[in-house]
Design a protein around this ligand. Structure first.
Ligand SMILES: NC(=O)c1ccc[n+]([C@@H]2O[C@H](COP(=O)([O-])OP(=O)(O)OC[C@H]3O[C@@H](n4cnc5c(N)ncnc54)[C@H](O)[C@@H]3O)[C@@H](O)[C@H]2O)c1
Ligand SMILES: O=CCCC(=O)O
Length: 502
């Protein structure tokens, strides 16, 4: 039976960007060999959006074969040629930004203005790496062996498997695709089952941009996710896997990839400390904490998860922070004035509830929120503020990935740095202070890949993005991002010390 999308389905300026029942392999729109599909639903309403092919490992092997067949030719493209292709793709993403943002809000739930922001962010990775593509330089190295001459060149690693999460349906894909293509790699992208349609629209734009067939392939799956993931992580043709998602899945992929010794990039979970010292500008710290904690309803890997406030300003900060949260407008991301949308699914809501219950049981006080919003829909939850947090509570040790702000009091710099560093993960960390010496000490002491000082927003195409500890390894964006897709080859010439011929 054909199911129709709900009456709240957004009207696209270009409806052909909405691809249902098909994936993009070898330059063509194809179905799963089995003909099976899975349903995607709007997290705000629960309404049906559309269906996507339920790819298997075997279907994925076809995509890998297409990428492998395209590689010998694509790797020989000049930097300038690859730059033009990425630039064209960038232009098309910008031209179609309204439609892409509608797809993001529809399948992810974030407010339309945030979705527009995500599209601009996503496009910027194509622009940035179109500029990096012609600038892949090697070195000329003074050899220690007499008569030898040594140079290095950088070459694309080969076929890459790219696995991305639902929280940024466009930007997490382009942050990998931009550098991969700039380097000359060919790819198979496995999009998340929750948000495949934005990525498929990007595939359509790749086609229109003239990206050669087989260079980018997009596969979708929900039920077969472990099988498709394993195929990408174990297939001998795939030379690299770049993964963004949870630490648990990152660990599994790493294990699966070890027999074939694949190159890996792992952008994994966070549990960001956000520290406000007594000497901070409290209003600025409140604004920074709001921006960091509640971006995408708390569903970003760099969201503040543990907000540590020094005792001298704790009450003032808590009161001002709570006031701001009370001003949020939660609702359907397509509605006017909405500041925060739904969570992605019921499992996310359950985790939020469990973290709040745990904090309350251990003495925390919910001062704002703390309830589901069933009138809005099953996945809506009130933005929540809890005071009196302690290190025994679940939020201290695990990212909530939802709109819950726990405020932990602390006394000293040493104490808070120890608390911040007690996490197994280390992606982002933030602090607010006006003491220059403290700023240097604390920035250097935090065990994270990214530090925000007097700001709650650190994401920027130009800045290296990535973590340490169990937040993974590798850097995306920036001048370093392309290195993840390049091998250095050393070329040594011998016998170059003969005298000039007379
Ligand atoms: N460090 C970063 O840059 C970054 C960015 C966004 C999200 N994240 C992290 O991602 C997590 C939230 O995203 P999520 O819930 O989608 O994570 P997830 O690990 O469940 O899913 C991420 C991707 O992996 C796929 N996947 C799931 N199980 C798999 C398996 N067995 N084999 C192969 N692939 C599999 C999913 O379909 C999705 O495409 C959070 O921990 C968040 O911090 C990290
Ligand atoms: O969720 C993680 C990525 C978001 C970002 O790039 O800021």
């Amino acid at each position: 039976m054909t199911r129709l999308a709900s009456s709240r389905a957004p009207k696209l300026n270009d409806p052909s960007l909405f691809k249902t029942d098909v994936c993009y392999v070898n330059g063509e729109w194809v179905k799963a060999a089995s003909g099976k599909t899975f349903e995607v639903n709007d997290p705000a309403t629960g309404d049906f959006i559309g269906t996507c092919p339920e790819f298997t490992g075997k279907d994925t092997e076809n995509a890998i074969a297409a990428a492998a067949a395209a590689f010998p030719s694509f790797r020989t493209k000049t930097g300038r040629e690859k730059a033009r292709l990425l630039r064209k793709w960038y232009d098309l993403v910008v031209e179609n930004s309204d439609d892409l943002a509608k797809l993001i809000t529809w399948e992810n739930g974030k407010p339309f203005a945030d979705a527009k922001g995500e599209v601009a962010y996503a496009a910027s990775f194509f622009e940035w790496f179109s500029e990096e593509a012609p600038r892949i330089y090697g070195d000329s190295i003074p050899a220690t062996v007499p008569g030898n001459r040594v140079v290095t060149i950088k070459q694309p690693v080969g076929v890459c498997g790219l696995i991305t999460p639902w929280n940024f349906p466009a930007a997490m894909v382009t942050r990998k695709l931009g550098p991969a293509l700039a380097a000359g790699c060919t790819v198979v992208v496995k999009t998340p089952g929750e948000t495949p349609f934005t990525a498929l629209a990007l595939a359509e734009l790749a086609h229109r941009a003239g990206i050669p067939k087989g260079v980018v392939n997009f596969v979708t799956t929900l039920k077969n996710t472990p099988e498709v993931g394993e195929t990408l992580a174990t297939h001998p043709t795939v030379r690299k896997v770049s993964f963004t998602g949870s630490t648990a899945v990152g660990r599994l992929l790493m294990k699966q990839a070890s027999p074939t010794l694949k190159i890996l990039s792992m952008e994994l979970g966070g549990n960001a400390p956000f520290i406000v010292f007594d000497d901070a500008d409290v209003d600025a710290a409140v604004a920074g904490a709001i921006a960091s904690k509640f971006r995408s309803s708390g569903q970003t890997c760099v969201c503040a998860n543990r907000i540590y406030v020094q005792k001298g300003i704790y009450d003032e900060f808590a009161q001002k922070f709570a006031e701001k949260v009370k001003g949020f407008k939660v609702g359907n991301g397509f509605d006017e004035g909405i500041t925060h949308g739904p969570l992605i699914h019921d499992r996310a809501v359950s985790k939020v509830e469990a973290h709040i219950k745990d904090a309350e049981k251990k003495g925390g006080k919910v001062v704002v929120g703390g309830q589901k919003l069933p009138d809005l829909g099953a996945n809506f939850y009130q933005p929540t503020v809890i005071t009196g947090m302690t290190k025994e509570m679940a939020i201290a040790g695990e990212e909530t990935f939802g709109p819950v702000a726990g405020l932990f009091p602390f006394a000293t710099e040493q104490e808070v740095v120890d608390l911040a560093n007690s996490a197994e993960v280390g992606l982002a960390g933030y602090f607010f202070s006006r003491d220059l010496e403290r700023i240097t000490r604390v920035a250097e002491a935090l065990e994270v890949g990214m530090v925000g000082i007097n700001t709650g927003l650190i994401s920027d195409t130009a800045s290296p993005f990535g973590g340490v500890k169990q937040s993974g390894f590798g850097r995306e964006g920036s001048k370093y991002g392309i290195d993840e897709y390049l091998n250095i080859k050393t070329i040594t010439w011998g016998g170059m010390n003969k005298p000039l011929q007379s």
